[in-house]
Design a protein around this ligand. Structure first.
Ligand code: C5P
Length: 205
């Protein structure tokens, strides 16, 4: 069984995907981390995220870069969003994601284009979303918890910018796949979001 989970930033798709993987005993790939590694590698190379050649060169990042804590930062999230518009970058990361999706026994993958591009044949497709305000509040709570000094307005602006870039790019824009179950987590806490996702998977299979 392939479970494809897509959605915008801070929608809860990462949390939901990890919980689905544990519940159904499937391996999980956070594909955003691959784009984050490319974004971070571009900066290590002294390159420009908006430059397609620089971004493509960074797709040969070493595997241990995926363990780098800095990859989780909002700054690297922004770089990831910029490198991910280049079709050559998406093509370079395709095989790795495809191989993970098609391993025997199935898998859970989360990202922006899992149900549309990476595994359109997935038995279960979920689109996890939430209002910009709800997502900004979550991110703000998480960041202030880590003692990062940032205003709610600034986070809301960052999220809106990233959404716009992810939704408007020509290659593999963020959108719900055909037949995807849309789960709006704006008014749900973590446990409710997970329960809704497990119920959706059970219903679809
Ligand atoms: O999910 P996460 O916030 O870690 O993703 C970082 C960025 O990587 C996204 O904003 C998006 O631009 C890009 N991405 C993508 N396709 C995916 C996963 C992430 O374009 N499958």
């Amino acid at each position: 069984m392939i479970i494809a989970v897509d959605g915008p930033t801070a929608s809860g798709k990462g949390t939901v995907s990890k919980a689905l993987a544990a519940h159904f005993g499937l391996p999980h790939l956070d594909t955003g981390l691959l784009y984050r590694a490319v974004g971070y590698q571009v900066s290590l190379n002294g390159g420009e995220a908006d430059n397609p050649e620089d971004a493509l060169a960074a797709t040969t990042f070493p595997d241990d870069l995926l363990d780098e804590p800095e990859l989780r930062s909002e700054e690297v999230g922004g770089l990831a969003s910029r490198v991910s518009v280049h079709p050559a970058v998406r093509a370079a990361l395709f095989e790795r994601q495809r191989a993970f999706a098609t391993q025997p026994g199935g898998a859970v993958l989360d990202g922006r284009d899992i149900g549309t591009v990476i595994a359109p044949e997935a038995e279960v497709k979920l689109f996890i979303t939430a209002s910009v305000t709800a997502r900004a509040k979550r991110r703000w709570l998480e960041m202030t918890g880590r003692e990062i000094d940032i205003s709610l307005d600034e986070i809301e602006a960052q999220i809106a910018r990233r959404d716009m870039r992810d939704r408007s790019r020509e290659d593999a824009p963020l959108r719900a796949a055909e037949g995807a179950v849309v789960i709006d987590t704006s008014a749900m806490n973590k446990d409710e979001s997970i329960a809704a996702a497990i119920a959706a998977v059970n219903e679809a299979t």
